[in-house]
Design a protein around this ligand. Sequence first.
Ligand code: SF4
Ligand code: SF4
Length: 114
Amino acid sequence: MKPNPCIECGACCASFRVSFYWGETDAAPGGLVPARLTQPIAPHHVAMLGTDQAQPHCIALQGTVGQPVSCTIYALRSSTCREFTASWEHGEHNPVCDRARAKYGLPPLPPSGV
Ligand code: SF4
Ligand code: SF4
């Protein structure tokens, strides 16, 4: 099995605003994302701290983009993070992954099997 490319990337966690419904935070019953790591951005939506700015960088990202990185709240991350897949991970191209990687000088991931 090919290694997960994300463990030496993290570019998407430091490229975009990561927002989601506030009910995903632990301020709501059943919510998981630590609310203390989020900020309100709309009446019913929050963003991960550090991502609602000109140079986004999620507060939960540990390490340097392009080197070994980890998400300090991996098991508690939002649906936005869970649903964002590395390009070709499920056989589908994700141009947004490519864009994030390009921002940090990383090449696009090759299609599976290449
Ligand atoms: S919560 Fe974790 S997976 Fe989501 S943007 Fe932040 S570091 Fe990345
Ligand atoms: S930009 Fe793509 S390869 Fe990099 S961490 Fe995000 S999903 Fe993974």
